[in-house]
Design a protein around this ligand. Structure first.
Ligand SMILES: [Zn+2]
Length: 157
């Protein structure tokens, strides 16, 4: 049964344009406000079950606008990783950086920094998502509206 066929009285979760305020998790300000509180939010499509981070008002897999917002688990494993020797200037002080695509236990995939040397992690390494404020140096390179947005970092679990 798909969401459109649901006849049990459950209210549909279709996202309407007027719902897209700065507090909405479907906007980046709303998404990062939740992340500042340590909650990583994702969306899950009612029609095809596709999950994604951050939540978007429409499913990129099937186009449905019936999207449920779900808090994501912090635990996941590294799908692939690389080392960035010369990162963008905001992160130059931390070079080299380890960057990974992590699959969270919900199936959502997320790219981010790993707080470990490249040699210390590999495909399959379990990691946990942490959230921190930007450093002063990182803030120098951020746009004004990004300065309060936190940075997620994966720690080996
Ligand atoms: Zn879908």
């Amino acid at each position: 049964m798909t969401g459109r066929e649901r006849g049990d009285g459950e209210s549909p979760r279709r996202v309407k344009p007027e719902d897209l305020t700065a507090e909405s998790p479907f906007t980046l300000p709303g998404f990062f406000a939740a992340l500042s509180d340590g909650r990583l939010l994702g969306g899950r499509c009612d029609e095809c079950e596709q999950a994604f981070v951050p939540p978007r008002p429409a499913c990129y897999a099937c186009g449905s606008r019936e999207i449920a917002v779900e808090e994501q688990p912090r635990e996941g494993t590294i799908l692939t990783n690389t080392e960035v020797a010369r990162p963008a200037p905001a992160f130059a002080a931390d070079a080299p950086l380890t960057i990974a695509i992590v699959e969270l236990d919900s199936g959502v995939r997320l790219t981010g920094r790993v707080a470990a040397d490249y040699e210390e992690v590999e495909i399959g390494t379990p990691v946990e998502l942490t959230v921190r404020e930007l450093t002063d140096q990182e803030k120098e390179f951020a746009l004004d509206h990004e300065e309060e947005w936190p940075l997620h970092v994966f720690e080996p679990a």
